[in-house]
Design a protein around this ligand. Structure first.
Ligand SMILES: Nc1ncnc2c1ncn2[C@@H]1O[C@H](COP(=O)(O)OP(=O)(O)O)[C@@H](O)[C@H]1O
Ligand SMILES: [Mg+2]
Length: 228
């Protein structure tokens, strides 16, 4: 699913260069259920952005389902991202003036899905995350847990194999957070590859593998006996 060879990522701010990833070697198989932990600033979000083709490595190789992202144009990269990856963020990133239905519909509009199919797919997705009754609600009319479920439905719209979540429970109480993790577990059981960045040991414990980052390197790749 994911194959990284000595991936580095350098950010340049003015004259200052900072290496956020310092040579990451990582393999993730199909249908894994993974958490990524590490101190703030250790490079977790940078790693996720590269995994999800939101950004490319400064050097090293990244293959997503066998495709070397370096060989792709910006348009091709966007296409790969839209078809293969679903994103879930801590702050939900929903459009505030759009309903749950409209938020989930957006990726399908971009993918050129016809109106009738769009409608069926959006209704199915919102039902899948338990929000059949909230299709007409806007984010301001929903709880944090409900907003995150809309975001998950949106992430699933184009049936991506890979779901990437950056602190998806970070803004939620423990009950709503637990419900979100249960949805991810269900998606994993349905065959998706799930990678969740988290600070929460209780979230990490529910995944099958925990990758630990430290200062832009992999402290523990989570294969073998992970020290919990
Ligand atoms: N766009 C950027 N420009 C400059 N520095 C960045 C940028 N994004 C992240 N960084 C720096 O890279 C390091 C890793 O950031 P990040 O991947 O967000 O870490 P984490 O998600 O683990 O907290 C941090 O020191 C951060 O300040
Ligand atoms: Mg982060």
């Amino acid at each position: 699913m994911i194959d990284m060879k000595f991936v580095r990522k350098k950010y340049t701010t003015g004259k200052i260069e900072f290496e956020a990833l310092k040579g990451i070697d990582l393999t993730v198989g199909k249908n894994e259920f993974i958490s990524v932990m590490g101190p703030s600033g250790s490079g977790k979000s940078t790693l996720m952005n590269i995994m999800g083709c939101l950004d490319i490595p400064s050097s090293g190789e990244y293959l997503l389902e066998g495709i070397n992202v370096r060989t792709l144009s910006a348009n091709q990269l966007a296409e790969v991202r839209n078809q293969k990856v679903g994103f879930v963020f801590q702050s939900f990133n929903l459009l505030p003036y759009a309903t749950a239905f409209e938020n989930v519909e957006i990726p399908l509009l971009f993918a050129g899905v016809k109106a009738r199919q769009r409608r069926d797919r959006v209704m199915n997705l919102l039902a899948q995350v338990g929000l059949a009754e909230k299709v007409g609600n806007k984010p301001t009319e929903m709880s944090g847990g409900e907003m995150q479920r809309v975001a998950i439905a949106r992430a699933l719209a184009n049936k991506p194999n890979l779901i990437l979540a950056d602190e998806p429970t970070g803004n939620l109480d423990s009950k709503s957070g637990g419900e979100i993790i249960n949805i991810f577990r269900q998606l994993w059981q349905e065959g998706h590859t799930i990678i969740i960045i988290t600070h929460d040991q209780n979230v990490a414990k529910q995944t099958l593998r925990t990758i630990r980052l430290k200062d832009g390197t992999i402290d523990n790749n989570g294969n073998g006996s992970a020290p919990l």
